[in-house]
Design a binder for this molecule. Sequence first.
Ligand SMILES: [Zn+2]
Length: 160
Amino acid sequence: MRFLADAMLGSVARKLRIFGFDTLYVPDTSDNEVLRLAAAQNRIILTADKELFKRIVKQGAYGVLVEGASDLDDMVHIFEKLGISMDLSKMGSRCTSCNGILVQKRPEEVGELVPPNVLARYKGFWQCTACHKVYWDGGHLGRIRIFAKNIEERLATSKG
Ligand SMILES: [Zn+2]
């Protein structure tokens, strides 16, 4: 399942990437280009723009209209609409900046790219194969695990 998030949904796009979903984010793109890209790359368009959503439906493209008020609400809505759930084993497999694939690295391989205190403190490192940004299993993934749990609880509740 591949996504294309429109300009208003940058934060949702980053979170989907953290959960391992292939998500293209296009902040400065016309609606025409959004529709063209989604068709060309077989992506589901995520948007909070009602006018754009009308065009998606009219063209027979695939999209989900979200409210854009809260990331939690939007992501629960997206997962419900598409009938998907999260695969937590995929968490941390994609770069939040560029959607590239992350590969695990040994500390000595990323030593020159992270601050010394980080290198001393953490053992798990990942690097983006596209933009070369380095990630480590710090507080950021801890917070996102709580966010993931909130999504799962909401999905479980709405299923009754
Ligand atoms: Zn990257």
